[in-house]
Design a protein around this ligand. Structure first.
Ligand code: COA
Length: 325
């Protein structure tokens, strides 16, 4: 059988660090409110010359270096983003050109905060069916450029960044799919009925503008906890394991309270949850690979660990992926 194995990760952040106190100078908010309601203490915002593509390219180079793989040998690039450099072409093609993989499959996925999970699921399917052998999956965003600075309920929640993962198709005999390295199971969902709860107020075909993030925070919070717990149980069920078997959960970093509530619902000890929301805020599609890479580089996630990745975003879209590193 063909198995999708993780080879390396990388991430990138813009240069400009913005603390809650910095924001409170121009927005009617406070460090105390933001920390208490979200756990966020700071975020990074892209400056001049920094874009979704430049962040994605930096993350890609680091992931390729970690994997010890030449970019030219990548034959599939999938980039999750809601903030592309251009309306078209896909930002994935900029990454492709930068790593010298010209000619391979490259496209963007629009699943907002679940974009990286969707990318992983698609890449795993394509690798296992022989469409490609080496994939680069990324999440990269510059959400700061979609924020309404007059809306304190949303502008304090987001940040910019990028994360990348190199995956490879490996032909192997697997007797125990949970014990062997590689992606074990992925489940993805979407429900367009919830569009009014979280959306961007513009679009090419409607206003001709990018628009601004709009969110009914409380409603999103409620759905996030229920949907994430459900999809996590679903993937655990497919793998035939329980939450206790996991070494780590790498969740979408939207809000500390969502992370705590989801972990509690599943009976997961907080020390098994990778949390970076305090330093990165919500970086949408970049959030999961950025948190994953952070935990790999600081020594928490090690080869052989069983890790669950999960995210929910606008659409709603949501999903989870179980991987043996
Ligand atoms: N600073 C200070 N006060 C603020 C504020 C800010 N940045 N934003 C909102 N407030 C105020 C509100 O105006 C309201 O004041 P009022 O009671 O006088 O009307 C009060 O704080 C409570 O607002 P509310 O929206 O009910 O707060 P909340 O406890 O629901 O927290 C969120 C708001 C956004 C932090 C929370 O709903 C949340 O995290 N939702 C999920 C969002 C998310 O993660 N989405 C991304 C998923 S991809």
């Amino acid at each position: 059988m063909i198995r999708t194995v993780m080879r390396g990760t990388g991430s990138a952040l813009p240069k400009r660090l913005v603390t809650n106190e910095d924001l409170a100078r121009t927005v009617d908010t406070s460090d105390e409110w933001i920390v208490e309601r979200t756990g966020i203490r700071q975020r990074y915002f892209a400056g001049e010359g920094e874009t979704t593509a430049t962040l994605a390219i930096e993350a890609a180079h680091k992931a390729l270096a970690a994997a010890g793989i030449d970019g030219k040998t990548i034959d599939l690039i999938i980039l999750g983003t809601a903030t592309p450099d251009q309306t078209f072409p896909a930002t994935a093609t900029a990454v492709q050109h930068a790593i010298g993989a010209n000619g391979c499959i490259a496209f963007d996925v629009a699943a907002v905060c679940s974009g990286f999970l969707y990318g992983l699921g698609i890449a795993d399917s394509m690798l296992r069916t022989g469409m490609a052998k080496r994939a680069l999956v990324l999440g990269a965003e510059t959400f700061s450029r979609l924020l309404d600075w007059e809306d304190r309920t949303t502008c304090v929640l987001f940040g910019d960044g990028a994360g990348a993962m190199v995956l490879e198709a490996v032909e192997c005999d697997v007797t125990d799919p949970v014990a062997a390295p590689g992606i074990i199971a992925t489940r993805l969902h979407a429900d367009g009925a919830h569009n009014p709860l979280l959306f961007c107020s513009g679009g090419v075909s409607t206003t001709g503008t990018a628009g601004h993030v709009q969110m009914m925070g409380r409603e999103v919070f409620r759905h996030a906890v229920v949907n994430l717990a459900e999809v996590l149980e679903e993937v655990l069920g497919v793998a035939g394991i329980t939450a206790e078997d996991l070494d780590w959960v790498v969740p979408h970093q939207a809000n500390q309270r969502i992370l705590d509530a989801t972990a509690k619902k599943l009976g997961l000890p907080p020390e098994k949850v990778v949390v970076t929301v305090a330093s990165h805020a919500n970086t949408s599609a970049a959030s999961v690979p950025l948190a994953f890479d952070t935990a790999v580089r600081d020594g928490r996630i090690k080869p052989g660990d069983l890790v669950m990745l999960e995210a929910l975003g606008a659409g709603f879209t949501w999903g989870a992926c179980l991987i043996r590193v």
